[in-house]
Design a binder for this molecule. Structure first.
Ligand SMILES: Nc1ncnc2c1ncn2[C@@H]1O[C@H](COP(=O)(O)OP(=O)(O)OP(=O)(O)O)[C@@H](O)[C@H]1O
Length: 253
């Protein structure tokens, strides 16, 4: 199974240093890892750096990969809609990225399978430009999945989805990563989603990793206070699951 390790990784935009000295333990296939942190902490930049779309020092090391650099797929936060294409065409185009133009029956079957799994098969022949924000986000997930990456970097993939779709997509990603051995990193703002679905969590603040490890040990009242500046509790709900309850913001002078 694929394993991703970051050693002393940094990222810069021109002369502006946005990330520095990012070290992770080995991020293994088959697991979901949440990447959390306040706005502008550097989560998207970390994904871009891992995907080779941002410059910076350090080493992004991928082992046990069958595909080499093609193994990594980055699903951006903002998904532009090319109004000319239909959903099906856009997903097919994504599946064929980097390979020839001959389309095999197995590739078409895979597209059908992914669209059905995300319950957007009814949108297949709609134009991208006429979709809602949530529908577009689901199409972006389909575009990423048909590429069959070994490492999938999902930047706030549920931000436009309703509650039902949020838990459906995250539950689906958890089952898929366990079955396929894909390593999935998900930038999230909903910490209860991280607690429920993600095996591990990396906390980024001001361009550095301030905590990482099993999600339940990382999302604590102390971390919420220092990183997010909120008074909060992590308590078991009536079903025994840990949940974050936010009481107040901490006002600083
Ligand atoms: N292309 C760019 N050029 C210069 N600075 C950038 C660029 N993209 C992002 N930044 C800066 O890098 C910092 C980190 O941004 P990034 O998008 O990685 O944060 P984030 O943690 O994903 O935030 P959010 O939760 O708000 O999406 C911010 O200060 C941002 O202004």
């Amino acid at each position: 199974m694929v394993a991703l390790t970051l050693k002393d990784v940094g990222a810069t935009y021109g002369r502006c240093v946005v990330l520095s000295d990012i070290n992770t333990g080995t991020l293994r296939g088959g697991r979901l890892t949440a990447v959390i942190g306040p706005n502008a902490a550097g989560k998207s930049t970390l994904f871009k750096r891992i995907a080779g779309l941002a410059a910076g020092p350090g080493l992004v090391h991928l082992s046990d990969t069958a595909k080499g650099p093609e193994a990594i797929c980055y699903m951006p936060q903002d998904t532009g809609a090319n109004a000319v294409l239909t959903v099906y065409e856009s997903v097919l185009l994504s599946a064929k990225q980097g390979s020839g133009w001959k389309v095999k029956d197995a590739e078409l079957a895979e597209i059908d399978r992914v669209l059905a799994a995300l319950r957007i098969d009814d949108l297949a022949f709609r134009g991208l430009g006429e979709l809602s924000g949530g529908q577009r986000q689901l199409v972006s997930i389909a575009q990423a999945l048909v590429r069959k990456p070994e490492v999938l970097l999902m930047d706030e993939p549920t931000s436009a989805l309703d509650l039902f779709r949020q838990i459906e997509v995250l539950g689906f990603m958890k089952r898929l990563s366990a079955q396929s051995g894909m390593a999935v990193l998900i930038a999230l703002h909903d910490l209860n989603h991280a607690l429920r679905y993600c095996d591990d969590t990396i906390v980024i603040s001001n361009g550095s990793v301030v905590a990482s490890g099993p999600t339940h040990s990382v999302i604590t009242a102390e971390m919420l206070k220092t990183v997010y500046r909120v008074e909060a509790r992590v308590e078991a709900c009536s079903l025994g699951r840990p949940v974050v309850i936010v009481d107040d913001s901490i006002q600083t002078a």
